[in-house]
Design a protein around this ligand. Structure first.
Ligand SMILES: [Zn+2]
Length: 261
């Protein structure tokens, strides 16, 4: 019994590191709590392949980060949304267990809280406020996907590379990110030669430094100047629909904003 209680305590603490769970009303969080389990996933883990039944919804905690990647017939993939501490992956708004459309891929390793889709479905039926919060999140996720569609079609590789880096940095709350050229190529849907050209230019211009698969942003202002405004637009929608849930760069700022708000 004590183990169960300390397990619950650990899950409660982990939930503090997911902004969407933190945004739940206390009663709704207590409904979810006994049904939440934890999972550790390394980078590269696949949570779902297209067509898989979505049995669980996953909430990335802290620096854990996943993405939805659409796989094309020739095997190439393009990222449509990056999901970190502001959100959830899979089944959060759909009715019951449905097949996944895109590949859900872990980008940065870390801890995830997960809940069975059927359990979540019945909890939502019993709580309009729980249902409402997750529906609002779904609206934000849709906005992200809409924006990615426009971004992938119109913005340059350099703009998109800067955008993904900023999106990742905001979510992990740091200026240093573990990102290989291969990962970045996967996010952008382009080959290695394009990625290394873009990275070389950003390095030569003093925007970032790279070292053994890690990228350190030396000048965030300049990286923002090189990025398209897609992140800013998505952030604006989050702020209107789910105020305070979209992460700001830096955990400390985040905590200060929480304490103030
Ligand atoms: Zn863009």
């Amino acid at each position: 019994m004590r183990d169960v209680e300390s397990g619950r305590h650990g899950i409660r603490a982990m939930a503090e590191d997911n902004n969407l769970l933190r945004a739940l009303k206390p009663n709704d969080f207590e409904l979810l709590l006994p049904n939440l389990g934890r999972a550790q996933h390394p980078a590269g883990d696949i949570l779902y392949e297209p067509g898989d039944t979505v049995n669980y919804a996953y909430f990335p905690c802290g620096q854990a980060l996943a993405s939805y990647r659409v796989i094309l017939a020739d095997g190439r993939g393009v990222e449509t949304a990056l999901i970190g501490r502001e959100g959830a992956i899979g089944g959060i708004v759909s009715q019951g267990r449905l097949p996944a459309y895109a590949r859900a891929l872990v980008q940065f390793e870390g801890q995830f809280l997960k809940i069975n889709s059927s359990q979540l479905e019945s909890l939502k039926k019993g709580s309009p406020t729980l249902n409402n919060l997750f529906a609002r999140y779904a609206d934000c996720l849709l906005a992200q996907v809409f924006q990615s569609t426009a971004c992938n079609a119109t913005h340059s590789i350099e703009q998109r590379a800067a955008k993904w880096m900023l999106a990742a940095l905001d979510r992990i709350g740091s200026d240093e990110v573990s990102l290989t050229q291969e990962q970045l190529g996967g996010l952008l849907g382009v080959g290695r030669s394009y990625v290394s050209r873009v990275m070389r230019k950003l390095r030569e211009d003093g925007v970032l430094k790279t070292r053994r698969g890690r990228v350190l942003v030396a000048c965030r202002t300049e990286l923002e100047a090189r990025s398209c405004d897609c992140n800013a637009l998505v952030r604006g929608h989050f702020e209107e629909v789910l105020r305070g849930v979209y992460p700001t760069n830096g955990n400390e700022d985040d905590k200060e904003a929480r304490a103030a708000g």
